[in-house]
Design a protein around this ligand. Structure first.
Ligand code: ADP
Length: 164
């Protein structure tokens, strides 16, 4: 596992993860950037998926992205922390990793799910991200190259402190 600072749409990995909304039809933040970079064929495939519940994950092709696939997952909106947010966020990471494994993928990059428009505090979210992925790799024995792709330098520092 490693953390980097980058625009996730530029990464040539087996899959990038999208912090989508439940419609899967595009939105703001990283979702908008991924849809713009992948092109119109992505939304056509997404229309066939019937949406996605919070904590679940669905996979599509990567279309014009350098990444081969996109795993769309819907993070929880932060409502103070006592509304199941951490379990739902952990489900996003675990269900995305399950798809990585089921599809035989060996590299995946995650954005910091829920920490933009959805308001999840970065320190708490990064803790959930790192512990959930670490546990999945240990329990499954899967050899997957996992990158936490941070958009800002302060976010990168939070992840790096947890990965040291
Ligand atoms: P959410 O609705 O799940 O909060 P956002 O897209 O608003 O999703 O934010 C999630 C994270 O993605 C934030 O840390 C934001 O800074 C980051 N982000 C936005 N655009 C990109 C991008 N192109 N590449 C990587 N991360 C991005």
């Amino acid at each position: 596992m490693k953390a980097i600072q980058a625009n996730i749409t530029t990464l040539a990995v087996d899959a990038i993860v999208n912090a989508a909304n439940s419609s899967l039809l595009g939105g703001g933040g990283v979702d908008g950037a991924i849809h713009r970079a992948a092109g119109q064929d992505l939304v056509s495939e997404c229309r066939l998926l019937g949406g996605c519940k919070t904590g679940e994950a669905k996979i599509t092709k990567g279309y014009r992205l350098p990444a081969k696939h996109i795993i769309h997952t819907v993070g929880p909106v932060w409502r103070g922390g006592n509304n199941g947010e951490s379990e739902l966020l952990a489900n996003c990471y675990a269900n995305s990793m399950k798809l990585v494994r089921e599809h035989g993928l060996t590299s995946v990059a995650f954005p910091s799910i829920s920490t933009g428009i959805y308001g999840y505090p970065i320190e708490k979210a990064a803790q959930v991200a790192v512990t959930t992925v670490k546990r999945f790799l240990a329990e499954s024995g899967a050899a997957v190259d996992v990158t936490f792709c941070c958009f800002s330098q302060p976010d990168l520092e939070v992840y790096q402190a947890l990965l040291d």
